[in-house]
Structures are given as C-alpha cells and as structure tokens.
Design a protein around this ligand. Structure first.
Ligand SMILES: [Zn+2]
Length: 94
C-alpha cells in the first residue's frame, strides 16, 4: 500500500518498518527512490529530507511503500507525468 508522507514525524515513525521512500523534489525536477533507513531519507539527519517543511513550502512530496516495485512504479509515474528525472539513490541502492 502506498502512503503519502506529509510530516517528518510520520517518516520517523516508519524508520523501523523497512520499505521504500519516494522523495519528489520540485525545484530539482527529481523523483528519487530511497530505502527508508537511508540517511538521506531520515528527517533527523542534517542531510535528510524534511517532509513537513517541503509540504508547507510546496516544494516536494513523499510516498512510502513497503514494497519496492510499488514505490518504484510511483516514482516512475511521477517522473513521467512531470517530466522529472527518476533516480535510484546511489547511497542506499542495494
Ligand atoms: Zn537513499
């Protein structure tokens, strides 16, 4: 099941669940796939995504799924629709 992530807290609570995060960055024209435990997908990390702020500023959107192919399909769908680059994060891709 695909879940929209709208806050940092929501994402933090999913950390131990495993699964995948699609991080859509509007200014960068990019849809990126992360594993949920990637440091770039961790709002607590200084380099991590910040869903609350991005939602508030309308600079991005986030989707979570436990299933990689489902998350992947969502990232590809958004990339295609918005003509964004689809990226698999090089740090957590394994
Ligand atoms: Zn990553």
């Amino acid at each position: 099941m695909l879940i929209e992530i709208v806050s940092d807290e929501q994402l933090i609570n999913l950390y131990t669940e495993g699964g995948y995060l699609v991080a859509v960055d509007y200014p960068r024209n990019e849809a990126k796939l992360h594993t949920i435990d990637c440091m770039l997908a961790d709002p607590i990390s200084s380099v991590g995504v910040k869903p609350s702020k991005m939602k508030e500023n309308k600079t991005g959107e986030f989707w979570y799924s436990k299933n990689r192919s489902e998350a992947n399909s969502k990232a590809e769908e958004i990339a295609k629709k918005k003509d964004y680059t689809y990226v698999i994060c090089p740090i957590c891709n394994r």
